[in-house]
Design a protein around this ligand. Structure first.
Ligand code: TYM
Length: 325
């Protein structure tokens, strides 16, 4: 069984990325043939300063290693290192329709109907499909917000196989049971997101203990006195319970039973988060201190990725009628 997933180098990695995706990847690498990619080509669907982009790619790559992804167990690379990704995306774009891309809710949210929205933002989900299909991935671990993109990927793969002959494995999404949608700590009706960050609402994996403490202690709850897990009626406290459950490997309702005061809940959650994230931060800093070594690991990952991606691209091109080799 093969796994592939990706993350954008836009802004710092937040708790939603970590609990919704990265922690599961670290587990998956022990059980599956695993591929993880920093999707820097996706990042340029919105304006990026070149110097900031390269710093963000290295920081994200180091954070993945710091979180426990092991370059010996997994293949970890940056999407832009392989021309196979945009090449397959083009082939798939010519099978996708305007209508199906237009229905993507993430495009509608980010594009907001503006004429100046980049064409790349519109075709973004097809590049994501290419990321997945190039590796013949069976399983794609993602947070809930990527579900619709996964459905499109499946539709495109099924259509391609039907039209041009069996070429791609049809992937399945793997969405975690707890923390698939971590909410903003200040506006818990909204998901924690890099693009709509409120300074205190978003908790970064590289935050220092004092910042974690401040953000959790100021997190919005409600006027009730007893903790209870009820995401629709009590979104603030339910989000904290869900985060706590994800970090401690239990269920949010079980945690709720243990707390009558929000003060102790927040103090214990802070301690649990610091215990989880502080080693990640320290390891990430170590990786960031040696840029040349980081780039070496990245190049090694890209070579391993190419060994799988290049034959898939050749097969897809041949199936479509291009002269290959
Ligand atoms: P991105 O970079 O927005 O997010 C990376 C991963 O984090 C998850 N996530 C969350 N999970 C729980 N709660 C949240 N608040 C939260 N916010 C983000 C996302 O679901 C994702 O799993 N299009 C993708 C990147 C991508 C990709 C791929 C993913 C490109 N190619 C191929 C899988 C396979 C994205 O923008 O993720």
């Amino acid at each position: 069984m093969r796994v592939l997933s990706g993350i954008q180098p836009t802004g710092h990695v937040h708790l939603g990325n970590y609990l919704g995706a990265i922690r599961g990847w670290v587990e998956d690498q022990h059980h599956y043939d695993s591929f993880f990619t920093v999707v820097d080509l996706h990042a340029i669907t919105q304006d990026q300063d070149p110097a900031e982009l390269s710093a963000a790619v290295l920081e994200l790559y180091a954070t993945l290693l710091g979180s426990g992804l092991d370059p010996e167990l997994s293949t970890i690379f940056a999407q832009s290192q392989l021309n196979e990704h945009p090449a397959l995306a083009w082939l798939l774009e010519c099978t996708a329709t305007y209508g199906e891309l237009h229905r993507m809710t993430q495009f509608k949210d980010k594009g907001k109907g503006s004429e100046s929205v980049r064409a790349g933002l519109f075709t973004y989900p097809v590049l994501m499909a290419a990321d997945i299909l190039l590796y013949q991935a069976d399983r794609v671990p993602v947070g809930e917000d990527q579900k619709q993109h996964l459905e499109l990927t499946r539709d495109l793969a099924i259509r391609f196989n039907h039209r041009f002959g069996e070429t791609f494995v049809i992937p399945e999404p793997a969405i975690p049971k707890v923390a698939a949608r971590v909410m903003d700590l200040q506006s818990p009706e909204r998901k924690m997101s890099k693009s709509q960050a409120t300074p205190l609402g978003i908790l970064y994996v590289l935050d220092r203990p004092e910042e974690i403490k401040k953000k959790i202690s100021r997190a919005v709850t409600d006027a009730e006195s007893q903790a209870a897990y009820d995401p629709s009626k009590r979104p603030g406290v339910s989000n904290l319970l869900e985060i706590f459950a994800a970090v401690s490997g239990t269920h949010p309702a079980q945690i709720a039973e243990r707390y009558s005061s929000y003060g102790t809940l927040k103090a214990d959650l802070t301690a649990a988060l610091v215990a989880e994230l502080e080693p990640v931060r320290l390891r990430t800093e170590e990786y960031l201190a040696d840029r040349a070594e980081l780039v070496r690991i990245m190049n090694h990952g890209a070579e391993k990725a190419r060994a799988v991606a290049a034959p898939t691209l050749a097969r897809a091109k041949e199936a479509m009628g291009f002269i290959v080799g």
